[in-house]
Design a protein around this ligand. Sequence first.
Ligand code: XMP
Length: 323
Amino acid sequence: MANTITEITPQQLDTEQFISDKVKEIKDVVGDGTAINALSGGVDSSAVTLLGHRALGTQLRTVFVENGLMREGEAEQVVGFFRELGVEVEVVDAREEFFAALKGVTDPEEKREAVTQTFYKDVFGRLVKDSGARHLLQGTILTDVDETVAGIKRQHNVFAQLGIDPQEAFGYHIIEPLIQLRKDGVRRVGKALGLQAELFERIPFPGPALAARVIGEVTSDRVETVRKATTIVERTLKDTNAFQYMAILHEDRVTGMCDGRREFGQQIELRCWDSVDARTATPTELPFETLRGMADEIISNVPGVVSVTYNIATKPPSTIEAI
Ligand code: XMP
C-alpha cells in the first residue's frame, strides 16, 4: 500500500497561505451544500473545526459525540472553549451505542473497529442522513496515515489508504484538510486560526479515547476507573513538558490489601513520554516522589486499585498507547 500524500514540513509551512488555500478548497468542494464535523477537543479536530467555520460559516454543523469514553468534564470544557470563539457545538449523547458495540470485545484492533464503526456508520451515518449533509470534515494527519499504511496501528480515521470508500461504506464524502501536516504543523495552524493555547497545546489523545486505555473489555465501570486515574495523572504532570502521559487499566489482577482485608485488586500502569512526533518516544525520567505522589493519590481515590506501575520501555518496541 503506497502513501502518495505530499508532506508539508514545518520548514515549508506558511500558515497564512495554508489556511487560505484550505479555506478555498473546502468552499469549492462543499459549494452551497452543508458539511458536518465532529469536534473532540483534540488539536486536530479543533483546528479543522475553525478552518471549516472560516470556510463555511453556518453551512458547517459541529457536534461533540459523547461516547462515554471521554475524560472528566470534557464535553462541557470543549463546548465552552468553542463558544468563546463564536462556534456553537452540539453535544450528541451516544454512550449506550458505544458501550453496546464494545460489549465482550477484548482484542485491541476489534475494539478500534467497534469504536470506528459506531462513530462513522451508526452515529454519523444517522446525523448525516438527518441533516442532509454530504460531507464530513475531519482532522486526519499524516502520522495517522503513515502508521496505518505501515501496519503499525490502524488509526480510526484513515480509510482511503486502506481502500475503503467512505461514500460507499458510510454514505458521505470525507474532507481531510490537515492530511499533509504532522502534529507540530497542526499546532501552528491552530494557533494562527486563533485557537486558545489550552487547546492547541493539549497533549495528544487518541480517537478511541479511554477505550485505548483499558486492556480487556471496555465497560462503563472500567472506563470510570481509568477516567479517575487519568484526571490525577493529567493534573500532576501538566507542567512537565512531556509529549504525552496517561493511565492504563490492566486486565490482570493482583493481590493487595484493602481495609486490612486481602483483595484481588486492579492495576493501573502510568506512562509518560518524551517525543517530538510520536514516531519514537522515550519514557520521561520523572522524579520518584512525583511517581509516588500519583500512586498514593490513585490508590486513595480510585476504588479497587491496589497496584500502580510506571512504564520504562522505549517506543519502539513499545507503542505510546498500550493497545
Ligand atoms: P502509538 O500508540 O501508536 O501512538 O505509539 C502514536 C500516537 O497516536 C495516538 N493514537 C491514536 N490516535 N486513534 C487516534 O486518533 C488511535 O486509534 C490511536 N492510537 C494511538 C497516540 O495517543 C499517540 O499520540
